[in-house]
Design a protein around this ligand. Structure first.
Ligand code: WTA
Length: 660
């Protein structure tokens, strides 16, 4: 199976390949070379999970060893209790004490094509300087710092600088709107917001500073805004508010400390907060701590990606999401890896940009999302074929279940048929990859994330809490605490306990459905709650609904995710207008913009349908399942429990009338 098989004019027969390659045994030469040599590690971890994780923690440098590996008082976990360490020290300083000081830590490319390479020694210098600026601005251990940044080295540097002085960071993805940014800053009570005068995306300027200004005007906790100059005044002039706004380059120039000693953090001290969508309108700030988190991401990164000293590793996620935190910043840098970071879009200036980057930097490990792979499939293989991808040796995916067609295409056209694919299942809450093959050890099957990582115990339960039989669907749960788990929801421990630990007391409820095949392989079936997955971005239906009903024209709204060939799911809204408002194209456009304003472009509804009423049960619960059936063209099941069964027929007519 060579990549050359499928040129643009001879399309591959995916069906035939699916038959032929149902099961991929690890290539033998890969086994001989893999970091994890055999499957005994699973048994060892199962027999003595605490011993297993303690060994894993020894890969880090600790200022003070821990007294106890785990204190577990469900749902409250403490890992490596009594131990002290610093994440920035582990990701930077310790590498500068070895030959790695001259190894490339970050290879960065901006969208316009500008590049920067930072060795570990460079990173050390930059992190210290940034930390010194933070101290100058009065940031102290325990203060929260918000980041609203493009994908530039200063984002990674800034996070490590926060970790160095013990200030938890919270990164808000640059695609979020001013309102979304404001709400997250206010929930975290951040005192400093770090942003840039802008960033590049598809040749356009992203006006991050303007959005920040609009947000922080309503953030009483913010004392300063630190601004990185990415564009400069020739491209875009930004307003700087006297006394509040500071240019990073000026502050770095005038700061006097050359070295900022890393704080000795307790293992359980917070490292960061990451907001994620749930089933209510209010995003949840997942709190991750230091020792356990770093242990989990470092070990999984080395084993799952089979990291070698000379690898060039590229994760295409944005640092604004957990994937970027764990597998661009903390895992890879703790492991002393060379990390590629790219600022912009995959189709700028042309649709071969990713492959141009792989070719240019000799990327050997590539970690991306199924939605991207499907986009590349749609663009066609000719963008891939003109580039040399022979440096690649391992591929990964994350974000949603990968459909077997995309898996095969990835394997054929990107991997040239020779690269193992690791389909990694995890969540913002889990901090680290939880279900994934270990390359060279676990045979892969297209579409299955395969087996729980050693030390992770997963199960699939029915409503009564019993394990489901082979191939039956149920709720995916995790049965034992793991070191990188979220410890709480920032400021709301009750919600943490109720959301994740109440349904099956003492077990972690993932919110995902899954089944297990006759070999014990896990197949993820998508969310079972009201959380959407659009292009690998997590969005709560409730968030979009509350955005819609905050518009004066909307009386009521129900939002569902309908299957979409490229984005996985697409947002479809059903809206009941208020009296006096006539549904028309102008209103539809305005409502879509309204959602973009309140959340961000990532939540823009693909379609909006108007209905005089929404289908509700007699207890006034909106029947989203029915709406989903209508949207995906399925035969409707029993509608007798509805308050008014006629409503569905009306919506269905309208929906079908609107199609195309
Ligand atoms: C989904 C991203 C199937 C899942 C790291 C999960 C996946 C949610 C996979 C978490 C995968 C992620 N196979 N589904 N390999 N990876 N998911 O918090 O529904 O942004 O609950 O974390 O993405 O999304 P989050």
């Amino acid at each position: 199976m060579a990549a050359s098989q499928g040129s643009s004019d001879t399309p591959v027969n995916i069906d035939a390949l699916l038959q032929e390659t149902r099961r991929f045994e690890p290539p033998l030469d890969f086994v001989a070379n893999a970091n994890v040599r055999d499957a005994t590690v699973y048994q060892r971890a199962h027999d003595d999970p605490e011993g297993f994780w303690a060994d894993a923690a020894s890969r880090l440098d600790w200022f003070k060893p821990w007294d106890r590996v785990l204190e577990w008082n469900a749902p409250w976990a403490k890992w490596f209790v009594g131990g002290q360490l610093n994440a920035s020290y582990n990701c930077v300083d310790r590498h500068t004490k070895t030959w790695r000081r001259n190894k490339a830590a970050l290879i960065w490319e901006g969208e316009p094509g500008d590049t920067r390479v930072l060795t570990y020694r460079d990173l050390y210098r930059e992190v210290n300087r940034f930390a010194s600026v933070l101290l100058d601005l009065g940031v102290r251990r325990g203060d929260v710092v918000a980041f609203y940044m493009p994908m530039i080295p200063e984002l990674a540097i800034g996070l490590l600088a926060c970790a160095r002085i013990g200030a938890p960071h919270t990164v808000i993805f640059g695609g979020f709107s001013a309102e979304a940014l404001r709400d997250r800053i206010n929930d975290s009570k951040a005192t400093l917001c770090v942003t840039a005068d802008g960033g590049w995306r598809r040749g356009n300027v992203i006006a991050l500073k303007d959005v920040t200004d609009a947000a922080v005007a309503q953030c009483p906790s913010i004392e300063h805004v630190l601004v990185f100059q990415r564009l400069g005044p020739d491209v875009r002039e930004v307003a700087m508010e006297e006394g509040r706004d500071i240019w990073l380059h000026e502050a770095a120039e005038s700061t006097t400390r050359r070295v900022v000693e890393p704080e000795h953090m307790e293992s359980e001290d917070p490292l960061y907060i990451m907001y994620t969508s749930g089933t209510t309108g209010k995003p949840k700030g997942q709190m991750h701590t230091t020792g356990g988190y770093l242990t989990g991401v470092s070990l999984t990164h080395e084993w799952i990606f089979d990291l070698k000293e000379d690898d060039v590793y590229w994760c295409t996620a944005d640092i604004g999401w957990v994937t970027g935190h764990s597998y661009i910043v903390y895992g890879p840098l703790a492991n002393g890896a060379t990390v590629v970071m790219y600022e912009g879009a995959p189709d700028f200036p042309d649709k071969d940009r990713f492959w141009a980057l792989v070719e240019k930097y000799g990327v050997s490990i590539l970690y991306t999302a199924p939605t991207s792979i499907r986009t590349f499939m749609r663009w066609g293989p000719r963008y891939v074929e003109k580039r040399d991808l022979s440096s690649l040796r391992l591929l990964g995916t994350v974000g949603e279940p990968i459909n077997p067609e995309a898996w095969i295409w990835y394997n054929e056209f990107i991997g040239g048929g020779r690269c193992p694919i690791v389909d990694t299942w995890w969540q913002t809450e889990t901090g680290m990859i939880m279900i994934s093959p270990l390359p060279g050890v676990v045979a892969t099957k297209p579409g299955s994330a395969t087996l729980p990582f050693p030390g992770v115990e997963a199960d699939i339960l029915d409503e009564a809490g019993q394990s489901v039989p082979t191939n039956a669907g149920g709720n995916l749960v995790i049965k034992r605490p793991w070191p990188a788990m979220s410890r709480t929801i920032w400021g709301d421990p009750e919600r943490y306990a109720a959301t994740y630990w109440k349904r099956y007391p003492g077990l972690y409820l993932t919110g995902d459905g899954a089944r297990r095949d006759d070999e014990g392989y896990f197949w993820l079936l998508g969310r079972v709650d009201d959380v959407l997955n659009v292009s690998g971005h997590r969005i709560g239906t409730m968030e979009v609904e509350s955005a819609l009903v905050s518009h004066p024209a909307v009386a009521e709204a129900a939002v569902i995710g309908a299957s979409d060939a490229v984005t996985g799911q697409a947002i479809i809204a059903f809206v009941t207008p208020r009296g006096g408002y006539t549904p028309n194209d102008a209103l539809t456009a305005e409502l879509k913009e309204h959602v973009v304003r309140s959340i961000g472009a990532l939540a823009r509804p693909k379609k909006i349908y108007y209905t005089a009423e929404l289908p509700k049960t007699r207890s006034a619960k909106i029947m989203r399942r029915l709406l989903r059936d209508i949207a995906e063209g399925r035969v409707l099941g029993d509608t007798s429990t509805l308050l008014d069964p006629n409503v569905v027929a009306q919506i269905k007519d309208q929906y079908e009338g609107n199609e195309g």
